[in-house]
Design a binder for this molecule. Structure first.
Ligand code: 13P
Ligand code: SF4
Length: 401
């Protein structure tokens, strides 16, 4: 057995998660030097960018964009703040953005306004002559950090020892490192996102009787239930305990082994918030992301990826009411785009994803102006072996419709 007892520790990104929780009014954009007072890790940036106002940044970003022309494409995840998303050429959920990264042929540089695992994925899917840039290297993801590569390799080795080669299909959620995607690609596995997790489960169970799902236990559990797998057939793998804290019998009987990871943003939503929303607005429709815990997903009327949430509300009849369980920047944008509907976030505390939020326009200005000077700042790279195997797992996902 490889795994042994480790001291339980939460990743720093999880501890920093509450850093930007505030009131709606206070979440207004500020010069970077103001935001740096928030106690999280930020990447150092030249002083000249610190006190620029939003207007000054706007001018500099637009000028740099104009100078760079088609040499640069900017991609942005839906959770990016308003003052950043306005500059992107394409916005989307993780799946749509991975498709976009694979489809970009013209641009020499892809600037990814999102988090590290997304930029890494773009780097694997884009053409070899293209370079991917993440404006702030401190924009990670607490969920991805809950599955350190060494822990996942140890777990995999243990499972192979207990069950034998070829017995488990590894599925990793997009929200994981390239190393883990590569482990999946090397071992007959695949990547999924929240918009294709059910189809990916189907793919996996056509090829084996058992799945290891990394790193989001909630997406894994919610998808397993949707696929018809009972709770008693799913077991939680705790990376801090020998053999994941499971008996050999439990491992043998489980059809889905769920890695013990979660999203710090989506686990804030509770059944109590849904009950309150229904008390206040009896005709409300509740829609939540599948990274929410099972009870919340069960209590909601609808669930879906960020793209599904957007489309469902955009296509809903005028006058409908929506209580939404996903990241606040997206909820606010959907509300702005649908003034004929009443849309609110289920969580009364305004709490943006603290890593997505670290892409401040000052960082975008910095990397774009670097390119205009012929300097590539914050390039994301993936070593050749990892690239090869991770792209196998990603291509398998992109083949599934
Ligand atoms: P999707 O983009 O797949 O909806 O995932 C949401 C998320 O948490 C991204 O980090
Ligand atoms: Fe990670 Fe959750 Fe933030 Fe997405 S919303 S980047 S899963 S912490």
């Amino acid at each position: 057995m490889v795994t042994n007892t480790k001291r339980h520790s939460a990743p720093l990104t999880e501890i920093e998660h509450l850093a930007f929780c505030t009131t709606e009014d206070q979440l207004k954009p500020k010069p970077l030097e103001e935001e740096l007072k928030v106690n999280v890790r930020w990447q150092n940036i030249p002083d000249e960018y610190l006190d620029l106002s939003m207007d000054q940044l706007d001018e500099r970003i637009l000028r740099a964009r104009q100078d760079l022309g088609t040499a640069v494409t900017i991609l942005g995840h839906y959770y990016q703040r308003e003052e950043v998303i306005k500059y992107v050429d394409f916005q989307g959920d993780s799946f749509k953005l991975s498709q976009q990264a694979a489809a970009q042929h013209e641009a020499d540089y892809i600037v990814f306004c999102g988090v590290h695992f997304m930029a890494e994925t773009a780097c694997i899917l884009c053409k070899p002559n293209q370079q991917v840039i993440l404006p702030n290297m401190a924009a990670g993801c607490s969920m991805a950090d809950m599955a350190p590569t060494d822990d996942v390799i140890d777990a995999w080795d243990d499972l192979m020892e207990v069950l034998g080669e070829g017995s488990v299909i590894p599925i990793t959620y997009m929200n994981s490192t390239a190393d883990i995607k590569a482990l999946c690609g090397k071992n007959g596995g695949i990547v999924c996102t929240s918009s294709n997790a059910s189809a990916v489960f189907e793919w996996a169970f056509e090829r084996g009787d058992k799945v290891l799902f990394i790193p989001d236990q909630h997406l894994g559990r919610n998808t397993g239930l949707e696929y018809g797998i009972g709770l008693d057939e799913m077991a939680l793998w705790n990376p801090f305990k020998p053999l994941g804290g499971l008996t050999i019998d439990r491992i043998n009987k489980a059809r889905v082994l769920l890695w013990r990871g979660h999203c710090s943003v989506h686990t804030r939503f509770t059944v109590g918030q849904i009950t309150k929303a229904r008390e206040r607005h009896p005709d409300v429709n509740v829609i939540v992301h599948p990274e929410c815990v099972m009870d919340v997903v069960d209590a909601a009327d609808f669930k879906g990826s960020t793209e599904v949430i957007r489309k469902t509300i955009n296509n809903a009849p005028s006058g409908t009411k929506w209580g939404v369980g996903t990241e606040i920047s997206l909820v606010n944008r959907i509300a702005k785009d649908n003034p004929d509907k009443f849309i609110f976030c289920l969580d009364p505390v305004v709490c943006p994803c603290s890593t997505m939020y670290r892409i401040h326009p000052a960082y975008l200005a910095w990397v774009l102006e670097g390119l205009t000077d012929g300097k590539v700042v914050n390039r994301i790279t993936v070593d050749q072996d990892t690239h090869t195997y991770a792209s196998i797992a990603l291509e398998r996902m992109l083949q599934i419709q």
